[in-house]
Design a protein around this ligand. Structure first.
Ligand code: ADP
Ligand code: MG
Length: 266
């Protein structure tokens, strides 16, 4: 780049300030910051007009996608930053690498399918749920995360205000809704019904990721109603990938490693 030419090139200050004005109108600050530098480069490298236009637009779209992704991640309210890349499949062989990789493409969200992660505490259920949620955000899908107890509180409040249907419609605008920790605490009596309504309202429309430390056979106890639990599970798993994670808690792994008893991992 030749410093003297920056910003003027063969266009002149009038055209430049007009472009600045237009980029303000279009709300495209990256084009405003990059058009002049890229024009110099285009002249030096004899780009076609189309190549120049593509280069300028590309800068803006890339920046917009990045800020869209961070906005979607921030508004998802993930409890921690966990990625699929950080997940150690050698420690958790029951999570099949190919299955998780396929889910990581987020095709299941486009299809409106569900993911259920079952297994004892510390086996990576929440980690995988967040990792998939972050993939979703990157792929342009809005995602929202809360624990089962938080969802019950929210649906309960909507129900009490006579606005449950509106709330469920609003939630359907999120292509991915994550329900973490079904079963850690037994729910109150109307929780089963509220949960059923949430699952039913998304059935074949929008995706759910549900994690639970309880096998399906115990969900009747969790929700205090075998019939409702059965109907809920039926809809949940009809189009779903169910991953059953096994093994010891990853949380105590390092403790065991540094302890006196020798353990073979994996
Ligand atoms: P769960 O939700 O099944 O109780 P978490 O997903 O919260 O378990 O995992 C507990 C902790 O261990 C988290 O910090 C998580 O990132 C980490 N962890 C669990 N499994 C793995 C794994 N296979 N690879 C890397 N980190 C893991
Ligand atoms: Mg968890």
């Amino acid at each position: 780049m030749t410093g003297a030419k920056v910003g003027s090139g063969e266009t002149g200050p009038d055209t430049d300030s007009h472009i600045v004005f237009l980029t303000r109108a279009l709300k495209t600050p990256v084009i405003r910051e990059s058009f002049s530098r890229l024009a110099d480069q285009a002249r030096e490298e004899s780009w076609t007009h189309e190549q120049y236009l593509a280069a300028v637009l590309d800068r803006q779209v890339t920046a917009r996608e990045a800020s869209g992704t961070s906005m979607r991640i921030a508004s998802a309210h993930f409890p921690a930053a966990k990625t699929l890349e950080e997940f150690n499949f050698d420690y958790q062989p029951s999570a099949r690498r190919d299955v998780v990789a396929n889910l990581g493409t987020t095709n299941f969200i486009t299809a409106g399918d569900n993911v259920v992660l079952l297994g004892p505490p510390g086996t990576g259920k929440t980690h995988l749920a967040i990792g998939l949620g972050i993939r979703a955000a990157h792929a342009g899908h809005r995602v929202i995360f809360a624990t089962a107890a938080q969802w019950i509180t929210r649906l309960h409040a909507a129900h009490a205000a006579g606005a449950l249907d509106q709330e469920l419609i609003k939630l359907r605008r999120y292509p991915l809704l994550i329900i973490d920790e079904v079963g850690y605490i037994p729910f109150e009596s109307d929780a089963g019904n509220l949960f059923f309504q949430l699952v039913a309202s998304r059935y074949e429309h929008a995706s759910l990721i549900v994690t639970s430390n309880m096998p399906f056979a115990r969900w009747g106890d969790v929700f205090g109603d075998d019939v409702i639990a059965g109907a809920m599970i039926d809809r949940l798993v009809h189009h779903a990938e169910v991953l059953s994670l096994k093994g010891d808690s990853y949380r105590t792994k390092s403790r065991r490693k540094t302890g006196t008893t020798k353990q073979t991992e994996n």
